[in-house]
Design a protein around this ligand. Structure first.
Ligand code: C2E
Ligand code: MG
Ligand code: MG
Ligand code: MG
Length: 282
């Protein structure tokens, strides 16, 4: 195996081990080209208010239509994109595409309260030098109002990097971007830690939502998360709602928003437009 011996220092590859390295290199090159060839596309998953049942926004989720393989999901290429730093360019594309889409939808459905758009950021994105400027520019180009754009950062990422990024978060919030903690419950954030960040939303990880029925303490954990979030002035989104029982239980526990296959799977932009038309003009 090509073992890392120190900075910029690698052990020579043995022939038997060449295959994975070559494959990796191929994938890396394809990933590099994918942006130029416009092989990425966004799917949009609806997020609804559990209080009113109304659609409040979408989460943008990236897909890759690889020329040789079929569609590739983010879990299969995001890690490599992060390692190589390509994620910064990819997520900048996501930002532009998602903002452009929400701008068009909000114009098209002008008589309705504006919908929000959430995008996922990787910890590597936060290291980008012109991050705030880039965001500000994209907001301006699309004339996006305050609090339309939301950034999702996983709880684990928070724990790893954000001690240094507090300023960054404040700057983003100053230009009207909301912050969400994704996959909440999978890391080990302390209460005081959360309190020191200006955050707007906690997204409860799907693993907790799925335990709401099966485990006795399942509902109790969610109840605790919701109480905590509300006491810190944050909203709560439940991820991965798949059954009516989960939905009802979450409503009962005072969860603000929800998303999941029960409500809708992630949709391409045409299907998402149909969804919008259907929910608003049925
Ligand atoms: P995430 O942000 O936590 O997104 C939720 C994932 O759960 C999505 O998987 C979504 O399709 C899936 N999901 C939604 N509802 C349900 C449900 O009811 N049941 C089940 N079983 N799954 C559900 P996806 O699209 O494969 O994305 C996986 C992860 O990849 C995302 O997790 C996010 O962390 C990352 N990701 C996606 N798009 C981007 C992107 O544009 N940039 C970056 N940096 N990361 C992204
Ligand atoms: Mg997310
Ligand atoms: Mg999540
Ligand atoms: Mg996730």
């Amino acid at each position: 195996q090509a073992k890392r011996l120190g900075k910029g220092c690698y052990q020579v590859l043995t022939p038997a081990m060449q295959v994975p390295a070559v494959q990796r290199l191929q994938l890396e090159n394809q990933l590099r080209e994918a942006l130029i060839r416009q092989e990425f596309l966004l799917y949009y998953q609806p997020i609804i208010s559990l209080e009113t049942g109304m659609l409040v926004g979408f989460e943008a989720l990236i897909r890759w239509d690889h020329p040789l393989k079929t569609r590739i999901n983010p879990s299969e290429f995001i890690p490599l994109a992060e390692e190589t730093g390509l994620i910064q360019a990819i997520d900048l594309w996501v930002l532009k595409e998602a903002c452009n889409q929400i701008c068009r939808w909000n114009q098209q459905f002008q008589n309705l309260p504006p919908l929000s758009m959430s995008i996922n950021l990787s910890p590597v994105d936060l290291k980008q030098i012109n991050l705030v400027e880039n965001f500000q520019q994209v907001l301006e180009v699309n004339s996006l109002g305050n609090w339309i754009l939301k950034l999702e950062i996983t709880e684990t990422c928070f724990l790893e990097t954000l001690t240094f990024e507090q300023d960054l978060i404040k700057q983003l919030q100053a230009i009207g971007i909301q912050l969400c903690i994704d996959d909440f419950g999978t890391g080990y954030s302390s209460l005081s830690r959360l309190h020191s960040f200006p955050l707007c939303t906690l997204k409860i990880d799907r693993s907790f939502v799925s335990q709401i029925q099966s485990k006795i303490e399942g509902a109790e954990i969610i109840h605790t998360i919701i109480t905590l979030a509300h006491s810190l002035g944050m909203d709560v989104v439940a991820e991965g709602i798949e059954t009516n029982i989960q939905l009802e239980k979450l409503e009962e526990l005072g969860c603000n928003y929800g998303q999941g296959y029960l409500i809708s799977k992630p949709l391409d932009h045409l299907k998402a437009t149909e969804f919008l038309t259907r929910v608003f003009y049925q």
